[in-house]
Design a binder for this molecule. Structure first.
Ligand code: KIV
Length: 270
């Protein structure tokens, strides 16, 4: 997709929703992939705190630090100048007080030069969303399975399955929109509930494991490229097999080094 067809401003997100245009978002953690993603027409990039799991090898996102997020987000922005980039605010950088949230989100905006922040939670975090948007920081909200609460939720499970939980999630969605959120990630939510939330909001919903009725979709880049072997949840579609391709290339390199085939004359200096 040519760059001019991407959402260029935060205000384009609601416009795209009104026009019924679907948003394709992917996580991105570095400049090299950011360049590739931008060249492939992705609409939005998310520097997710999932990097603490995917790159850091941890079981949860809880240990991600603001410094690490800012480092990775800065790299993504340097790789993709034309694409809207959001950064996840890590655990405990926005829950302690509104003043801390504004300070930390402001640091992310200033130091990583991103377009907006993402944070998890519904009605209880709405005053924080309001405070951030009041100082000009765009906020993407996140409901359903909120990974920073994985222990409280008892694991990575579908949320909002019964009627009361579904009603609570809908009320949370309306509260974050009312507080000024510019988009809402819905993670691991039944299709019918995601459809209901999407119909109730003027801001776009971006689903992961939330079915086809959301206004956009997001996947973790390394998962959809097939780099994260052994991770096969029902919602994930793998569009590549890069783990196998990487292993094949590395095996060939090891063989050639060990056999003396590499470097040959064409890869050596006279
Ligand atoms: O951290 C992350 O990558 C996310 C996406 C899965 C939405 O929050």
């Amino acid at each position: 997709m040519p760059a001019e067809r991407r959402p260029r401003h935060i205000t384009d997100l609601a416009l795209w929703k009104r026009e019924g245009r679907k948003l394709a978002m992917l996580t991105c953690y570095d400049a090299l992939f950011a360049r590739l993603l931008e060249g492939s027409g992705v609409d939005l990039m998310l520097v997710g705190d999932s990097l603490h799991q995917v790159l850091g090898g941890h079981d949860t996102t809880l240990g991600a630090t603001l410094d690490a997020m800012i480092y990775h987000a800065g790299a993504v922005r340097r790789g993709a100048r034309e694409t809207l980039v959001f950064i996840d605010l890590p655990f405990l950088t926005y829950q302690v007080s509104i003043a801390e949230a504004v300070r930390n989100a402001g640091r992310a905006m200033q130091e990583a030069d991103v377009h907006g922040v993402k944070l998890e939670g519904g009605r209880h975090i709405a005053p924080t969303i309001q405070a951030l948007t009041d100082v000009g920081i765009p906020v993407m909200a996140h409901l359903g399975l909120t990974p920073q609460s994985v222990h409280q939720l008892g694991g990575y499970k579908v949320q909002g399955r019964d009627a009361a939980a579904a009603d609570r999630l809908l009320a949370d969605a309306k509260a974050v929109e009312e507080a000024g959120a510019c988009a809402l990630v819905l993670e691991l939510v039944p299709t019918a509930l995601a459809k209901r939330v999407t119909a109730a909001l003027a801001i776009p919903t971006i689903g992961i494991g939330a079915g086809p009725h959301c206004d956009g979709q997001v996947l973790v880049l390394h998962d959809m490229l097939g780099l994260n072997e052994g991770f096969d949840p029902k919602f994930l579609k793998k569009y590549g097999t890069l783990a196998g391709a990487t292993r094949d290339a590395v095996r060939q390199y090891v063989d050639e080094v060990q056999s003396g085939k590499f470097p040959d004359k064409s890869h050596s200096f006279e």
